[in-house]
Design a protein around this ligand. Structure first.
Ligand code: PAF
Length: 281
């Protein structure tokens, strides 16, 4: 696996892949890789495809009081995992390559990015949309893979790719979970043993509510019960909400795909999760 940190070298490597007739699949990450990221790499590996993973802890998507400074960084271990997982190229630009002096452009997506995490984390999805646009342009990828765990992020990316006619296919990969149901996340390492045990209430509460709503129970009652279950487990609830699976609009029609989304704080750690209504995912 080639590791590349400057744009010229990346462009040359991508041109060599193209000269061999390969298509390019991109797996964007912020590092601290776990099995959820490796499922993206696995999904991206196809005959005739070269897989590029990026690791860039993007300062523009962290709020002033968020965990940018202490976000886990494990470059050597991440590079080993990616090489073992069959990744062909690791794109690891320094901040000054991604945002050179004078950088002044912002990609801002309306609608789908406004509620939920967009409301709780002002500017977060502008930061995501801006860096993901740059990663698409830098790599020239044909396809990019994102986890459904960050469901709103995936919906925002699908929106701007469609709106801006970007020639790239976006693939969502189902959330990977520990045996007890907790969604894999780089932030799970912030939880101590007791918090980690209590955190299983999040997927449990979402599962119970999704099944209830799926069989036609009143959504507001199911959401209220989920909030009560989370508080009882020691969570401080940010939101538990039902939304249209594509637009994330509230009060979705039951004849369209719907998604149940939640964010809640266990101690200082903010966890998010989501499930489809009408399936077990
Ligand atoms: O999901 C993430 O790890 C990040 O938000 C992403 C997509 C790599 C953009 O920085």
């Amino acid at each position: 696996m080639l590791t590349v940190r400057d744009l010229q070298a990346l462009r040359e490597a991508v041109a060599a892949f193209r000269a061999d007739g390969a298509s390019i699949a991109l797996v964007p990450t912020m590092g601290a890789l776990h099995a959820g990221h490796m499922a993206l790499v696995e999904a991206a590996r196809r005959p005739g495809t070269k897989v590029i993973a990026s690791i860039f802890v993007n300062p523009r998507q962290f709020g002033p009081n968020e965990d940018l400074a202490r976000y886990p960084r494990r470059e050597a271990a991440d590079a080993r995992l990616l090489a073992e997982g069959g990744c062909d190229l690791l794109w690891m630009p320094p901040v000054e390559v991604m945002y050179p002096r004078g950088f002044a452009t912002n990609i801002s997506v309306g609608g789908v990015s406004e509620g939920f995490d967009g409301a709780a984390r002002p500017g977060h999805f502008d930061g995501v949309a801006t860096v993901v646009t740059k990663l698409f342009n830098q790599t020239g990828a044909d396809t990019a893979y994102f986890g459904e765990k960050d469901y709103q992020q995936l919906a925002v990316i699908r929106r701007f790719v469609a709106d801006l006619d970007m020639p790239i296919a976006i693939v969502g990969v189902p959330t990977q979970r520990d045996d007890d149901g907790l969604a894999l996340s780089s932030r799970n390492i912030y939880l101590d043993e007791e918090q980690r045990a209590k955190a299983t209430a999040l997927p449990r509460a979402l599962g119970v509510a999704a099944r209830a709503i799926g069989r036609g129970d009143d959504p507001e009652t199911a959401l209220a019960e989920a909030r009560v279950a989370l508080v009882a487990a020691g969570f401080e609830v940010d939101y538990v909400a039902l939304a249209d699976a594509e637009t994330l609009a509230a009060s979705p029609s039951a004849d369209r795909p719907r998604r149940l989304l939640a964010a809640a704080r266990m101690g200082a750690t903010r966890l998010i999760d989501n499930v489809a209504i009408g399936s077990n995912s």
